[in-house]
Structures are given as C-alpha cells and as structure tokens.
Design a protein around this ligand. Structure first.
Ligand code: IMP
Ligand code: MG
Length: 178
C-alpha cells in the first residue's frame, strides 16, 4: 500500500494538531448551542471521529450519503444525495463535515439540499481544500489545510475504495490512477 504513495503531504502529527485547533474553534463559536455535525459519507469517517472528539461542547453526530458516480479520480459532475435523512434539519445549527473541497460540485448540491430544510445556521468544515480546482464558487468556513492540485489519499480519502486506512494523507503515484 505505501509503495503506491508518491509523497506524504500531511503527517499524522500535522493532522492531529490542526484538527484539535479546528475543534477548539468550533467549541468556542458554538458555545451555548448544540451544533449538529453532518458528515458526508464515506470520506469523512476518520475526520469526523477525530474532530468530534476535539469538540468540548454538546453536539450531535449525523451522516448523509452522497456519491458522485463511478470510480474515477475526477468528479463526474453528477451528485446523488440520499435524501432519506433520519434527522430533522429545521431550526438546527448544522456543520457539514467533509474530507475535501475540490470542484465544489458536491458541497454546493448538499448545501442547497440542507438549506431547503430550514436550518438555523449552516457552515462547512473540510479538512482539505484544493482551491485551484474549483468549478463553482464555494468555500469552507472551517478549513484544515490547503492542498496542492494532486490526487490525495489516506485519513478517509480513497481511490477506488482503497487507502482510506492510511493514517496520513499522501499523493498517489499517477500510474496508479491513470
Ligand atoms: P467535488 O464535488 O469535486 O468538490 O468533490 C468532492 C469529492 O470528491 C470529495 O468528497 C472526495 O470524495 C472526492 N475527491 C476530490 N478530490 C479528491 C482527492 O484528491 N482524493 C480523494 N478523493 C477526492
Ligand atoms: Mg467524499
């Protein structure tokens, strides 16, 4: 598995430190409220586990399934949201928890869907951002790291469902996905 990694971009220590800071910031910003963290499956699962444990106020943990079709390393542009939520959005302080903001297509679609449910507030928290790849205008309110324009895996991020279990984030050797 590690032979497929070109370069480690974010080490376990870097991620741990940054996620702790983000959790502290959210705890401060939402003091007196009970935010609902809505994780975007499946890429968020490691980030959600860590950031939720770095939040020191009451919060609820929820998940939503979103997929862009296919196994490719670039977005298909088509986003499928599983709209059968097992929770109420109305009146809640929602924070979307996502692994990476790339073209922005996925989070734009999800933000629109959640907004239509009438939340009290809605913010976006992503571990990574690749601003150079943006196709639609959208930003993270809580961002871990800016990421170079490389396909990255690990810490929940996959290529064809593999590499999610790497404890760090690294770029994948281009011959693996081309
Ligand atoms: P967007 O709709 O293009 O912003 O795509 C966001 C989704 O694409 C993320 O939730 C990831 O699942 C996936 N994605 C984008 N870039 C990468 C990457 O470098 N590695 C792994 N998955 C990625
Ligand atoms: Mg994802």
């Amino acid at each position: 598995m590690i032979d497929d990694i070109k370069e480690i971009l974010f080490t376990e220590e870097m991620i741990e430190r940054r996620v702790a800071e983000m959790g502290a910031q959210i705890s401060e910003d939402y003091a007196g409220k009970v935010p609902m963290l809505v994780g975007v499956l499946k890429g968020c699962y490691v980030f959600m586990a860590d950031i939720s444990r770095s939040i020191s106020i009451n919060c609820e943990i929820r998940f939503v399934s979103v997929s862009s079709y296919g196994f490719s390393s670039v977005t298909s542009g088509k986003v499928k949201i599983d709209k059968n939520l097992d929770f109420e959005i109305k009146g809640r302080d929602i924070i979307i928890i996502e692994d990476i903001l790339d073209s922005g297509v996925t989070l734009t679609a999800l933000r629109k869907f959640i907004s239509e449910g009438g939340p009290a507030s809605l913010k976006i928290c992503t571990l990574l951002d690749k601003p150079s790849r943006r196709e639609v205008q959208i930003n993270s309110d809580y961002l871990g790291f800016e990421c170079p324009d490389e396909f990255v895996v690990g810490y929940g991020l996959d290529y064809a469902e593999r590499y999610r279990n790497l404890p760090y984030i690294g770029s994948l050797k281009p011959e693996i996905y081309s």
